[in-house]
Design a binder for this molecule. Sequence first.
Ligand code: ATP
Ligand code: MG
Ligand code: FE
Length: 340
Amino acid sequence: AVVLGIETSCDETGVGIVDGGRILGAALASSMEEHARYGGVVPEIAARAHLESFAPCLRTAMEQAQIKPGEIDAIAVTSGPGLATALQTGLAAAKSLALAWDKPLYGVHHLAGHVAADTLEHGPLPARSIALIVSGGHTSLLLLGDLATDPIVHLGDTRDDAAGEAFDKVARLLGLPYPGGPSVSRAAAEGDPDAIAFPRAMLGQGFGFSFSGLKSAVARRVEQDPGLHVPDVAASFQEAVVDVLTRKAVAACVAHGIGTLVIVGGVAANARLREVAAGRCAAAGITLRVPPPALCTDNGVMIAAVGDLLAAAGHPPATLGLSADPSAPLTRAVCAPTSA
Ligand code: ATP
Ligand code: MG
Ligand code: FE
């Protein structure tokens, strides 16, 4: 089905058009630079930027796809989780289009979008797989069946910071620019990953994660060592994160007898994570799937991809009462809370 997807959960305005797992058009705008001087996303600034960027993104995506409204089969929109005011801009746009064009509307869970992004590159997921979601706000190991129809089983989650959040906080500690993921990994490329033995929290203790102790260890190091070599700290920090993530993800696959691991979310763009995961999966006989870096961070096509799967599965659409759930738990790909 031809599905138009809308993403506005954080600081990226994404509009994507997908047909049967194929990308027809995509447009993305970001307010990232406006947030940089605050060191994090400011919700009011993000919401205003979405309002300004939405129509131009819609036009660009439609022109790229060379389609008219009549050729669109459904609208999909991120309804949660994310910043409330940011989510509401996307919902208002999606509902208006669904009403004006008389199209079915699907509310999509943002994290299911991150997973579905991979299907746009590597095709449908197998009947069973394990997903490692590593993003700015979430870190989870999941047991997946059919993404459109089956409940999503959490094998483990972070008990404090998300992996991306750890990168962002460590960047601040090291005086590196926001967002932290790309800047820490750039610094790490010049450093020695074995320079400092940072802690690997909760290794061998199930499939949960903890990154706040690691962040504190970096903070202590920064305080104690005035002659700090930033690339070595960045490389050693990154190695600790990557080591824990990849060991636990592979262990989860082995424990559950699953042959496919998919790693998604913004941190999946990290080159060292991709490299170590590839080595460990190959050694364990596990098929690794990671989307191309541009599809790891937030975008509109990943939301369209979920809508496409929901439509193909005959999932009932949402009503125009669809509302935002800023802290929606990931239990299913569909996320359709309604206001009273
Ligand atoms: P969520 O998806 O949990 O709601 P989000 O949408 O803000 O959060 P994403 O867009 O998935 O998060 O990812 C952004 C995060 O990815 C940021 O924390 C950023 O620092 C991190 N990130 C981006 N590129 C890299 C990289 N190359 N290495 C490590 N982290 C990265
Ligand atoms: Mg972002
Ligand atoms: Fe995201």
